[in-house]
Write a protein that binds this ligand. Structure first.
Ligand SMILES: [Zn+2]
Length: 53
């Protein structure tokens, strides 16, 4: 199963494990949504993860 997070902008992150997808999403937020960096904590990102085959 892959850990997938879909951003509201259409960006999708998919990684093999939860820690990796959290890192990928944090990087995306820094690059594309810098105003949200303080709000998008690892706990918040964990709530967005979908497990996909
Ligand atoms: Zn985005």
């Amino acid at each position: 199963m892959l850990n997938q997070v879909s951003c509201e902008c259409g960006y999708q992150a998919r990684e093999d494990d939860e820690a990796a997808v959290i890192r990928t999403v944090q990087q995306h937020v820094r690059d594309s949504h810098p105003e949200l960096v303080d709000q998008v904590t690892p706990d918040v990102i964990r709530g967005w993860i979908e497990l996909v085959p």
